[in-house]
Ligand binder design. Structure first.
Ligand code: SF4
Length: 345
């Protein structure tokens, strides 16, 4: 049965919820798990024309965030940071320029949910003006309205990273419908969407993983994938522990097979060789604030550099794209190419 499901995915057919669940249930380090990871890598290379991408995120602020996502170091309830910190605009521009010259394929600006939207737009305009016009800029911010989606587009963002997280509405104060609405507003404003199944913890059931995998497929992003939860010390969620990188490789491989050729990218975070070998082709460098870190500055700590991310891809025998992200610039074209290839097989 497992071989049949793998073949079905490789032939470009959509997997059902039951089939995805069966793949998640396969024991780690079994022959079938190795087959799933190998097929995932094969599908990922075909879907992305054999190129991986390094994206790079600047975290603009630290604040006691009222959304209280229990897995996040900024959540007010976790009490990790006592003071608000904001990077000055010159520093944000400088860091974005550093990422650009290091060869990042896309640059993300991330804020906590308490960061004023209008201020974010002003800073983004400054960043946009400073970068090469071809450099792909992505927003990773709070939920936004229809009008704000248009403002993001007009500011020069190519897309957004947004996710309906595991435990949304239970481990966070954000109703899942709000996240879904934001996906819709973004896409109506012609902002390209990147998303993934996150933050994966050891306590999550297969049903939850399947549900979120299908949501990431149905919202038609340019990448899905899987990110594990990093325990924030002395918080309630830390008691659940961490999913190993080996298990994350199996999880992201199942997601790769479930999301199919129409979605060219499959991400994992934090970057690691096992995960990219098993079919992740998007990873992130980070600077500034980081919701998985308890340090104000993540660069040189949890946050990796563009160079380190490239090395990780190299160790897993991936070609890394030079120039602006193809996922965010030509996602539709790639999908069309893939559809064509699938049809002529
Ligand atoms: S994940 Fe985002 S919205 Fe949730 S607490 Fe952290 S910064 Fe706030």
């Amino acid at each position: 049965m497992i071989r049949y499901i793998i073949e079905k995915a490789l032939s470009g057919n959509k997997l059902t919820a039951d089939e995805i669940a069966l793949l998640f249930e396969v024991p780690l380090f079994s022959y079938d798990s190795a087959l799933i990871q190998s097929a995932s890598r094969q599908l990922c290379e075909k879907a992305s024309d054999s190129f991986a991408e390094v994206h790079a995120q600047v975290g603009l602020d630290i604040a006691r965030c009222p959304r209280n996502c229990r897995f996040c170091s900024f959540a007010s309830c976790n009490g990790v940071f006592s003071e608000n910190v904001e990077l000055p605009v010159e520093e944000i521009v400088a860091r974005a320029l550093d990422f650009e010259s290091d060869g990042a394929n896309a640059i993300y600006l991330m804020t906590t949910a308490r960061y004023p939207f209008e201020k974010f737009i002003e800073i983004a305009q400054e960043v946009r003006r400073s970068l090469n016009p071809d450099t792909v800029l992505i927003a990773n911010i709070d939920d936004f309205s229809e009008k704000q989606a248009v403002q993001l587009k007009n500011t020069g963002f190519a897309g957004v990273y947004h996710a309906l997280r595991l435990g949304e509405g239970k481990d966070t104060t954000i109703p899942p419908e709000t996240r879904l609405k934001t996906f819709r507003y973004a896409q109506e404003a012609d902002l390209i969407l990147g998303t993934c199944v996150e933050p994966v913890g050891p306590e999550h059931t297969i049903d939850e993983l399947v549900e979120k995998t299908i949501i990431t497929r149905e919202v038609k992003p340019v990448f899905s994938g899987a990110m594990r939860r990093i325990p924030i010390p002395n918080t309630e969620m830390a008691r659940y522990g961490t999913v190993s990188k080996a298990r994350m490789a199996h999880i992201l491989a199942v997601i790769r097979l479930a999301t199919g050729y129409e979605i060219p990218g499959n991400c994992t975070h934090e970057p690691n060789v096992v995960g990219v070998a098993a079919g992740a082709n998007v990873i992130w460098a980070e600077t500034g604030s980081n919701p998985r870190d308890i340090e104000e500055e993540t660069e040189g700590k949890r946050g990796m550099s563009v160079h380190q991310c490239r090395e990780i891809f190299k160790e897993a025998e991936w070609n890394v794209l030079s120039g602006p992200s193809r996922f965010f610039r030509t996602g539709k074209t790639l999908r069309t190419l893939v559809e064509h290839e699938t049809v002529i097989k």
